[in-house]
Design a protein around this ligand. Structure first.
Ligand SMILES: [Zn+2]
Length: 206
């Protein structure tokens, strides 16, 4: 029973886009709480959605090997669920860490555009801290020691330096973070293929 509950379930947002993978246990909880519906391919690409009661009814009427029996009822384990209230899922944001700043800037000095080892890069406040420059995604960039020394305690303009790119908070790209191929299941194919086309492309797309 526990292994069935640990199976992977594909999570779709309200636009029917694949956004996550969760365990069957979590999927059934979301279903029970009314936060999600089960998506089932009834006949070659004709998808039906089921709320908890409907899914429970179907599970009893058409017993399926992948079901869980509780004290009082039998319920089939879903493969795909559709979130009704997407906002109930925690919003994922890229954490503002040294590592992630290097990741965003790809170990490239944002003034001269050259790539360095991380140990040869500093984090630079674009607008210097003592001029009120905040420590935020928008005001911190990777800088090589040479550019950093040249810039000193000045703005890029004052130092005649140009940022090669405006620093921004990186966007969360859910499709990049999930390795769907590891968990591929037939009933996911339709949505995972769609995800491939709907993914927001970042600069790191090869
Ligand atoms: Zn540099």
């Amino acid at each position: 029973m526990s292994s069935v509950l640990n199976q992977h379930v594909l999570v779709l947002n309200r636009l029917w886009q694949a956004v996550n993978i969760c365990t069957a246990r979590r999927a059934l909880t979301l279903l029970f709480q009314g936060h999600a519906q089960v998506v089932l391919d009834r006949s070659a690409g004709s998808f039906q959605t089921y709320n908890f009661n409907e899914w429970h009814g179907l599970s009893e009427q058409e017993p399926h090997p992948e079901s869980v029996r509780t004290v009082s009822f039998l319920i089939r384990v879903p493969r795909v669920i559709l979130l009704i209230v997407y906002d109930h899922m925690p919003k994922k944001e890229v954490k503002f860490t040294r590592h992630n700043i290097f990741e965003r800037d790809k170990n490239m000095c944002q003034y001269c555009g050259k790539t360095f080892d991380r140990k040869d890069l500093n984090l630079d406040h674009v607008i210097p801290r003592d001029r009120g420059g905040p420590t935020t995604w928008e005001n911190i960039v990777c800088s090589c020691i040479e550019c950093n020394t040249l810039k000193a305690n000045r703005t890029p303009q004052e130092a005649h330096l140009h940022l090669i790119r405006k620093p921004k908070r990186p966007k969360w790209r859910p499709f990049v973070q999930i390795n769907f191929s590891l968990h591929q299941h037939d009933s996911w194919k339709h949505f995972v293929d769609l995800a491939y086309w709907n993914v927001e492309l970042g600069e790191d797309v090869r």
